[in-house]
Design a protein around this ligand. Structure first.
Ligand SMILES: [Zn+2]
Length: 138
């Protein structure tokens, strides 16, 4: 498995200490983070503006993706799978993000008739783990 440092290099993004740290969080938690949430994750120990810049650097380098979440907040997420059109699911309880099955071939064929600027299909709700842990009370 590629390390955060390898992944950054593959995308031509210089692997600085903080970029590695932030990417590591996104990779290990499998959660999506807004600027504010990432800042809070490090107990506000890192500079706020720097954190903002780092997420932008990773995004512009094509390392992470950006989603407008159900609550209207922009969040960043790392998808290990190679690019493809696939819906994702975000748990509103634990914040984990999972990739769902990619759209079927015939769907992709149909989309070829259009110029697509962006495709981020997002489902939101409670993940199976949280359902198991909390019953239906979440
Ligand atoms: Zn969950």
């Amino acid at each position: 498995m590629s390390t955060p440092s390898d992944i950054l290099k593959e995308h031509g993004v210089r692997p600085t200490r903080l970029r590695i740290k932030v990417l590591n969080v996104l990779m290990n938690t499998r959660k999506s983070f807004s600027f504010q949430e990432m800042y809070a994750y490090f107990d506000r120990g890192e500079d706020r503006v720097t954190m903002y810049r780092i997420l932008n650097d990773l995004y512009h380098g094509g390392v992470i993706e950006w989603v407008v979440d159900i609550d209207g907040i922009n969040r960043f997420v790392y998808y290990p799978e190679s690019f493809g059109i696939r819906p994702s699911f975000r748990c509103r309880h634990c914040g984990s993000v999972s990739c769902l099955t990619p759209l079927p071939e015939y769907y992709i064929d149909e989309l070829k008739n259009y110029w697509i600027d962006d495709a981020m299909l997002l489902f939101s709700g409670i993940c199976d783990q949280c359902l198991k842990d909390n019953g239906k009370k979440v």
